[in-house]
Design a protein around this ligand. Structure first.
Ligand SMILES: Nc1ncnc2c1ncn2[C@@H]1O[C@H](COP(=O)(O)OP(=O)(O)OP(=O)(O)O)[C@@H](O)[C@H]1O
Ligand SMILES: [Zn+2]
Length: 760
């Protein structure tokens, strides 16, 4: 059994495609039940699960008014009392809920949903994307009609004579407009009030009903229509941000051409293709599955998966990915993963999961809004009661002013701005082949001041080659001993051993079988040992030989010469003396030097971490422009080094995700390169760079800074507009619909601002 001296402690798992990710929705906009202010949450960055399938034995409900994760949380709470329920799958975009439950409980489920304040209807099949889209269109038409009728009410009020008939007509117009646009808002608002929750729906409901009661019915109608319309537009904008991600999924075709046992080719559903099957793609076609090329050569455009714009040449043995486009030649490949398990599916899943986590700024905004909204409620109440009593204002004027304040209090723009910006940032990163596992990491990346970079496989390509061998004793038959060395090296899959084994095998003239190795063992950070052909041998680095007292000044001088060129030296020794020296060379990655320079330009200090010896490490670091090198580190030393490199929260780490899981986890933000190429789940890393381009690390930091900038621009913008209107309302003559209009404007402004991240 081949042994690997890297501690593979790392749990192997996939991204968990069966992850019940509907559970994360509640957290998407306002931690569950705490999103007091957000009716707009249908717009929040929550990831909508794929439309729930109406599996047998599942109850599928359409809940028309459910468009916010807060509401989802309410329904969840209500359903908690119902016994025997399985998984709940919420789809806020389609407004459906699928419940795994025996039919006997269905009555209890609908009753619980009704108790939470929602009407529901039974569906036999999940609504299609077109159905959802056409429902959106109908809603838009309805709201535009409501706006027109509300304008009519304003008009009647402005030009109509002051008599009862005209008043009645105006009132009727207003009522129709409110009914057209505001039923859902009023329903949810009253339900919230009944539970003593001051959310946006409650706010709007009080404002509209209040305005109606004090005789400002055209105003009430305008407020309702504009507010509902603004919400719809925001929802569409957020849908766009999310589509940037789910659009990726549409990239992999549903059909694949599969070889049949009789040798013929047949088009099949990609989901039905099993690993091991052979699939072919013609030039210009998109791949439906992941695999390894078996025949053919072609250039493949991998931009959907890795973000790299230049097509990559593929030949037999190379990995190919679902969603990528075959360009020049026909390819046949052996499928390595089922359709639900492809790298692309993993990306989409991870980004969806990332969206449902709250970034720190989002949490801050929620906390702020949850204090701010009730505070303004109290202030409005104080104006309505205090101004007439203390300042002698007319009651009606004071009540109107109070209602204007309520509308101004609506923190839509504030609440909507952060999730849109964060989701856009995550989507923009995903498009560049950078997978960020949560808004937290996107926000954190800008704080990094030190970047620890693993040497082997990160700064270098990780495919060292044997470049020199030197036999230290005259009495050895090199032919025979090369075979011995190769046999020992071949037992390890450490890159250094592999390079030695491969280099020596390439030299073997006849087909020499490797010799058996007994008592094989690997020593982390040192090398391997075993008994070959009756000799107790070790193959390892200077450190190990030195510890065993086998080192001599002459040997050190010989090693020094190789190490100064950046080569890694391994020594073959028996119990008494050193027999041979092997030097392997690893080439720095093409983009590494540039990547290091980019990090430095961002004010981030690059530090090389390696288990290799200091001289070799220094030599390689020098070619890359890195001055700070920490060498001869064991895996746990690396972890300690990461922790000691800077203030907590400021040290990032880039590794290959396999042997450096502990240090990746210790870093504030852990980056892993080449994530598309390996099966290993990169669970320890926070950011996965799909291709091998180290420059994506600096790009992530830049994106993080831009996102942060936009977040605060948006927060300032939203609050600034509020402040202006607050002043106007208190000291001037701002009307209610002006306040709503301003809020709508502010919301659209911040949403548009956030979506700018999506532009390349
Ligand atoms: N199985 C092995 N065969 C040969 N040499 C080994 C082996 N294991 C460790 N070594 C020696 O120990 C050194 C440190 O190994 P370690 O695995 O800790 O670091 P690495 O992964 O090679 O480098 P980096 O830390 O830069 O990723 C290697 O450079 C090599 O010289
Ligand atoms: Zn020595």
């Amino acid at each position: 059994m081949p042994s690997h001296s890297h501690p593979h402690s790392h749990p192997h798992g996939n991204h968990g495609h069966d992850h019940p990710h509907a559970h994360d929705h509640a957290a998407a906009c306002g931690s569950a039940g705490n999103c007091n202010n957000c009716n707009n949450c249908n717009n929040c960055g929550d990831a909508s699960a794929p439309t729930p399938a109406a599996a047998d034995g599942a109850l599928l409900l359409r809940i028309p008014a459910m468009d916010c994760p807060t509401e989802e949380a309410l329904i969840r709470q209500a359903l908690a009392d119902v016994a025997d329920l399985g998984r709940l799958q919420f789809d806020l975009a389609a407004r459906t809920l699928a419940v795994d439950a025996p039919p006997a409980t269905w009555g209890a489920v609908t009753a619980a949903v009704a108790r939470a304040g929602f009407t529901s209807e039974l569906l036999s099949a999940p609504p299609s994307a077109e159905a959802t889209a056409s429902a959106r269109r109908r809603e838009r038409t309805r709201l535009l009609a409501a706006l027109a009728v509300a304008l009519g009410a304003e008009l009647l009020h402005a030009i109509g004579p002051d008599d009862a008939v005209w008043h009645a007509a105006g009132m009727l117009f207003a009522a129709v407009a409110i009914a057209l646009s505001g039923f859902a808002v009023l329903g949810k608002g009253l339900a919230s009030l009944a539970r003593w929750r001051l959310d946006i729906n409650a706010l709007m409901s009080v404002a509209v009903i209040g305005a109606f009661v004090i005789g400002q019915w055209p105003e009430a109608a305008m407020v309702m229509a504009l507010y509902s319309l603004a919400e719809l537009i925001e929802a569409a904008s957020v849908a766009r941000a999310r589509q940037a991600i789910t659009g990726l999924l549409a990239l992999s075709p549903t059909q694949a051409e599969v070889r049949q046992p009789d040798g013929s080719w047949r088009h099949m559903d990609a989901k039905a293709v099993a690993p091991g099957d052979t699939v072919r793609v013609k030039p210009g076609e998109r791949l439906a599955l992941d695999g390894t090329v078996s025949t053919g050569r072609s250039a493949v455009d991998q931009s959907p998966v890795t973000g790299e714009s230049i097509p990559v040449d593929k030949g037999p043995g190379d990995p190919v990915f679902a969603g990528t486009v075959n360009q020049s030649g026909a390819l046949e490949f052996r499928v390595t993963r089922s359709a639900t398990d492809t790298v692309l599916a993993g990306i989409i899943h991870a980004v969806e999961a990332a969206q449902s986590q709250r970034a720190p700024t989002q949490r801050f905004v929620d906390r702020f809004a949850s204090i701010y909204t009730p505070a303004v409620f109290v202030l409005a109440l104080a104006v309505a009661l205090g101004a007439p009593l203390l300042l002698g204002w007319p009651w009606l004027a004071a009540a109107y002013k109070a209602l204007v304040l309520l509308v101004i209090a609506c923190p839509c723009a504030l609440v909507i701005s952060t999730p849109v910006t964060v989701v856009s940032g995550l989507a923009a990163a995903a498009r560049r082949g950078i997978l960020i596992k949560g808004g937290v990491h996107l926000e954190q990346a800008r704080r990094l001041r030190v970047m620890a970079l693993d040497k082997t496989g990160t700064l270098t390509a990780g495919h060292p080659r044997l470049v020199a061998q030197q036999w230290m004793a005259d009495d050895l038959d090199p032919m025979r001993w090369r075979r011995v060395a190769r046999s020992l090296a071949a037992r390890s899959d450490h890159p250094v051993s592999r390079a030695i084994a491969a280099g020596l095998a390439g030299e073997a003239s006849e087909a020499q079988q490797p010799l058996p190795v007994d008592d094989f063992g690997a020593e982390v950070g040192r090398g391997v040992q075993g008994r070959v052909d009756g000799h107790e041998l070790i193959l390892g680095n200077h450190r190990w030989l030195h510890e065993r007292g086998l080192c001599t000044p002459a040997l050190e001088a010989a090693m020094q010469a190789h190490e100064a060129q950046g080569h890694t030296v391994s020594l073959l020794a028996d119990a008494h003396r050193v027999l041979a020296l092997f030097a392997v060379a690893d080439t720095p990655r093409a983009s590494a030097r540039e990547a290091v320079a980019e990090l430095q330009a961002l004010g981030v200090r690059p530090v090389m971490l390696t288990g290799d010896n200091p001289v070799t490490a220094q030599a390689i670091a020098a070619t890359l422009g890195i001055t700070d090198v920490r060498a001869q580190l064991l895996p746990h030393d690396k972890q300690a080094a990461v922790a000691a490199l800077g203030e907590p929260g400021t040290v990032g780490m880039v590794g290959d995700g396999i042997n450096d899981a502990p240090s990746l986890a210790a870093a504030a933000v852990g980056f892993s390169l080449g994530a598309a190429g390996t099966d290993t789940a990169k669970e320890a890393a926070d950011v996965l760079v799909m291709n091998d381009d180290l420059r994506r690390v600096a790009e992530t930091l830049r994106l993080s800074r831009r996102t942060h900038g936009l977040l605060w621009q948006n927060i300032t913008l939203a609050l600034g507009i509020k402040a202006v209107f607050f002043g106007l309302a208190v000291f001037g003559s701002a009307t209610m619909w002006m306040a709503v209009f301003a809020d709508m404007g502010a919301s659209l402004l911040v949403v548009g601002n956030g979506l700018r991240l999506l532009r390349r």
